[in-house]
Design a protein around this ligand. Structure first.
Ligand code: PMP
Length: 474
């Protein structure tokens, strides 16, 4: 029987008390920590969160890491689990040894955990491991696209991973975004009506504005017009509960792709969850060992998915880390994560909007459909200049167009021609904005400190600009 959290905590505290008595007060740090991972204690378990770095002025401080949409730091229990599993590491699916058997089972059993994480049933779905979201989307595109004339419907919000992977292989059309930068569902349906779309490829959450797209609504539309839906889950998995299963079967998601390094397991790895029946009809152009039943002089017979999508020896630490990260995120709970993020986003947006010449992209009033990503500019200074100042002062952000150029140009109101001209002149990279992206461990105090550092950095940029040429607002 499952114990309640309170009972577990009571037992743990009692055990710690008894152990510390018998050990004559020799408590380890581990024993002092409360049982369980929560939104309130998770920061204690972030590897390197207090690691000081030397800044330009010679001072040392732990950086404020507001670049979690790019990648997340490891959680200690994830890192511990990876190390622990190394003791029993053996060849996956190829060896004859107890270690090989153990790690092969561990590797395969983690597939069930991944499926359960995204609400997918084993009867209809399978999961294959990939290096990251980019790898997963390319593998899917390589397998599913059978002709240059196939039509894929993307949106103008997509990360390049979910745009170029298709663009380079077939015909891609795009649903537009609305005035606030959300996916325009009407435009999406219009495109579906007008074209014979084979796949709709959309992101679940934007890496630029944090907007969460109603992918089940998109699934219903896609299925109505005979298409299948592929969801880029890179920015949703560490932020909101995600289910492949909608309220009705038409709303179910067909394929879902995500990276482990964006969910506190930076050991490489990620997964694609997809319809077994469809995956079994295809294969990616990626060949090698582990994917065949037999090869003869003249022919080769391939296994079914997931094996057929996993040529070569796999990244076992990546899979171990992914499984443990899933456990911890589920324990912290997505309601708590989302509530915490909303608080941080609200506080940050309000703070930035109090500053002179501030523009925050996307809807700044209704933030309920945004994960912890905020992009902005202070239009009287150059964003590159400002991001460098922030970095010098110990804040990690990202600046640029975040591998989502077509979306960023639209949000900035910059034409393709103007963007190209700026890139070609080579002065400050692409036109861009500054992105703050939160992890589960960031705090309101960090937001306040960031706002004060931003104010100082802004002032310094303005002063230095009197001496330097600049491109304000880009
Ligand atoms: N899609 C989105 C929405 C992303 O934010 C990213 C990473 N920035 C990717 C895809 C690509 O992820 P990865 O670099 O892990 O392949």
């Amino acid at each position: 029987m499952k114990q309640s959290k309170i009972t577990q905590r009571f037992l743990c505290v009692t055990l710690v008390a008894v152990m510390s008595l018998t050990a004559c007060g020799k408590e380890t740090k581990e024993e002092e920590k409360p049982a369980g991972y929560t939104i309130d204690n998770i920061r204690e378990y972030v590897v390197g969160v207090d690691e000081k770095v030397e800044l330009e002025d010679g001072s040392k401080r732990a950086i404020i890491n507001f670049d979690n949409a790019a990648t997340t730091p490891a959680l200690q229990p994830v890192s511990d689990e990876v190390e622990a599993q190394m003791k029993m590491y053996g060849s996956i699916g190829r060896g004859f040894s107890k270690k090989s058997d153990y790690s092969t089972d561990f590797y395969n059993n983690t597939r069930s955990k991944v499926l359960q994480f995204v609400g997918a049933d084993e009867e209809n779905y399978t999961c294959f491991y990939v290096n990251n979201t980019t790898d997963g989307l390319n593998k899917l595109a390589s397998a599913l696209i059978t002709s240059e004339d196939d039509v894929v419907l993307c949106t103008r919000m997509e990360h390049h991973a979910n745009d170029l992977s298709w663009r380079e292989r077939c015909k891609v059309i795009y649903a537009e975004i609305d005035k606030q930068g959300r996916v325009d569902y009407k435009s999406l349906e219009k495109m579906l009506k007008k074209n014979k779309v084979k796949y709709v490829a959309v992101t679940a959450a934007s890496n630029v504005t944090g907007y969460v797209t109603d992918v089940h609504r998109v699934a219903k539309l896609a299925h109505k017009y005979g298409a299948k839906i592929i969801v880029d889950g890179a920015q949703i998995v560490a932020h909101r509960k995600f289910s492949m299963i909608g309220e009705t079967p038409e709303e179910n998601i067909d394929f879902f792709v995500f990276s482990a390094h964006k969910m506190y397991s930076p050991y490489g790895g990620g997964a694609v969850v997809g319809l077994t029946s469809v995956l079994n009809k295809h294969m990616p152009e990626f060949y090698g060992g582990g994917i065949v039943t037999i090869v003869t002089d003249k022919e080769q017979n391939y296994k079914d998915a997931p094996a057929s999508y996993e040529a070569g020896s796999p990244n076992y630490p990546g899979v171990v880390g992914l499984g443990k990260a899933i456990d911890i995120l589920q324990e912290v709970g997505f309601d708590a994560i989302s509530e915490h993020e909303q608080k941080l986003v609200r506080r940050l947006i309000d703070g930035i909007l109090k500053m002179d010449n501030a523009v925050v992209y996307g809807d700044t009033e209704d933030i309920s459909d945004r994960v912890g990503v905020v992009t902005f500019n202070l239009t009287d200074v150059n964003s590159m200049h400002l991001a460098m100042k922030l970095s010098e002062k110990g804040v990690a952000t990202r600046r640029g167009a975040f591998c989502a150029h077509t979306y960023v140009w639209r949000l900035l109101g910059v034409s393709d021609e103007a963007a190209k001209e700026l890139v070609e002149c080579g002065e400050g990279g692409t036109p861009g904005m500054i992105r703050v992206s939160f992890g589960i461990y960031n705090t309101e105090e960090e937001v306040d400190e960031f706002l004060s550092i931003l104010d100082k950095a802004h002032g310094e940029c303005l002063k230095e600009m009197e001496m330097l040429p600049h491109q304000p607002g880009l």
